[in-house]
Design a protein around this ligand. Structure first.
Ligand code: ADP
Ligand code: MG
Length: 499
């Protein structure tokens, strides 16, 4: 009988912890980077837990469960993925101690669930607080500390706050990165960047009128999609002529909307003959634009996107600047109306660093968005976990039976976050934990490891290390969920593969 069959619980715990160990040392501002290389020799260098876990080929189901919670954390909170898996790894390790003392796995699960509820309640009611304007910048800075972006943290945090403010939500911020230049050249462009060029190159004045068409200008296409029954050649010719005429008419309508020239943006194709006619009339065409960009253009310029020529909206003025990056031409379009459209233009040295820079921006934009949309904040650096741990230890004696042990064990687990942030920065982890416990006993709840001075602690709130409370809440809930799920498995059965 295989080891897994004999002892599935321990084999699951071992596999899950092995995965956790690959990301452990990336935690915190002194976190190390990982270089991941695939069989083809392609490398990525990252410090981002979720990215590392996504790239790892995990064969063991328990390892996959750990990878899944990192994805959940990322999709809900944008950040905090390493913390979540490190917490889960430690919770699993600590549960083994409880088993060795004779506590049954199901009692461990009950105790952990109760502890998680108590933890979250204390977190929400006692540790979190309303952010002020400056905290938005601090939250962004905390998210990028230790990442490539930290070298330009003032600029980056300001950009992230401005970008989310303009768009309202991180998911609505358009991000574009161009290799070359310096990180400090990154900026927020108050408009839309179209990753297409004029179909026929021509000199278009920067201030031009534009028309938006959510379809194309083609005669063939119409013939392809229309089903017409014709009985003789004459009828066929008539239909053909009508289709051709329609195209000419359509093109003329567009031209009449732009009597002094301008630009036509379309979602679909524009036939060569149409391009040529429009070109002659001083109208440039930008075709095959993604629908989402067409909508962004519409909001930036302040005109509706028309689906057909018949309901074409009048042209509107805007500013168009053509720029070349890496052999590709882009059009930077700015409307004259107030709009939420803005694009974060990220500059950075090389492709490898640029990816990491983008990931950093994603985290920072995300956390700013959480806070801007009503989220409270807490002090970072693992201080919150340490404060919750102390609270649980005070409450545990009030709980009867074996569950009390599980709650105490849960408290120990939480301290792995400040301990690891400290350890990675060169502290002795236990030393760090005891200093924090002492600080908390004296009413200093917001202290965490000082990553500048070995074995010292510092007030995280005071040095501006703050993060959304959701990050900590979700990390605790996800880690508990995956741990209890793994502890409940008492057998691994190989199932038949899909045929
Ligand atoms: P995660 O994937 O969990 O976000 P990170 O490597 O980004 O992992 O580390 C996040 C942790 O580092 C958070 O607990 C955060 O509060 C902490 N942190 C950030 N900046 C500092 C700092 N200057 N000093 C101490 N801790 C910090
Ligand atoms: Mg982070």
């Amino acid at each position: 009988m295989s080891e897994e069959r004999k002892d599935p619980l321990h084999s699951n715990i071992r596999a899950a912890r092995a995965i956790v160990n690959t990301v452990r040392t990336t935690l915190g501002p002194r976190g190390r980077d990982k270089m991941m290389v695939d069989a083809g020799g392609n490398a990525i260098i990252t410090n981002d837990g979720a990215t590392i876990l996504r790239e790892i080929e995990a064969g063991h189901p328990a390892a996959k469960m750990i990878i899944d919670i990192s994805k959940t954390q990322e999709s809900l909170c944008y950040d905090g993925t390493t913390s979540t898996v490190v917490l889960a790894g430690q919770m699993l390790a600590d549960s083994e101690n409880l088993f060795s003392k004779g506590v049954h796995p199901s009692l461990v699960c009950d105790g952990y669930n109760k502890a998680a509820r108590m933890a979250v309640e204390y977190l929400d009611e006692n540790l979190s607080y309303e952010p002020d304007e400056d905290d938005l910048l601090r939250v962004a800075e905390t998210a990028i500390s230790g990442k490539t972006l930290a070298s330009a943290k003032d600029i980056v945090s300001r950009l992230c706050v401005d970008a989310v403010k303009a768009a309202g939500d991180a998911d609505k911020v358009n991000v574009l990165s161009f290799p070359g230049g310096a990180l400090t050249d990154s900026h927020l462009f108050r408009g839309v960047v179209v990753n297409r060029d004029y179909a026929i190159e021509m000199d278009i004045p920067v201030e031009s009128n534009v028309v938006l068409l959510m379809s194309g200008l083609e005669s063939e296409k119409e013939m392809e999609h229309l089903q017409i029954q014709v009985t003789d050649m004459q009828q066929y010719e008539a239909v053909r002529r009508r289709a051709g005429q329609t195209l000419t008419q359509k093109v003329k309508t567009v031209a009449s909307m732009l009597p002094n020239g301008g630009v036509l943006f379309t979602r679909d194709n524009v036939e060569d003959s149409a391009l040529a006619y429009l070109h002659k009339n001083g109208i440039a065409v930008v075709k095959r634009i993604q629908e989402s960009i067409m909508r962004s253009l519409s909001s930036a310029i302040g005109i509706r996107v028309s689906h057909s020529i018949d309901d074409l909206e009048t042209a509107a003025p805007c500013k168009i600047v053509r720029q070349k990056h890496n052999d590709v031409h882009y059009l930077f379009v700015e409307g004259e109306v107030e709009s939420t459209q803005s694009t974060l233009i990220i500059r950075g040295a090389s492709h490898t660093t640029l990816d990491e820079v983008e990931r950093g921006f994603d985290d920072a934009l995300g956390v700013v968005s959480l806070v801007m949309n009503g989220g409270k904040i807490v002090a970072g650096g693992g201080s919150t976990y340490a404060a919750i741990a102390s609270h649980l230890r005070t409450e545990a004696p009030k709980i009867q039976g074996m569950e009390q042990m599980a709650i105490n064990s849960f408290a120990d687990t939480l301290e792995i976050i400040p301990a690891t942030i400290g350890e990675v920065a060169g502290h002795t982890p236990l030393n760090c934990v005891f200093s924090l416990r002492n600080a908390i006993a004296e009413g200093m709840y917001t202290f965490g490891p000082d990553v500048e001075k070995i074995n010292e602690i510092v007030d995280m709130k005071e040095i501006g290390v703050v993060e959304p409370v959701q990050l900590v809440r979700q990390a605790i809930l996800s880690a508990t969920e995956v741990t209890t799920a793994i502890l409940k498995i008492d057998d691994i059965v190989v199932k038949r593969g899909e045929q």
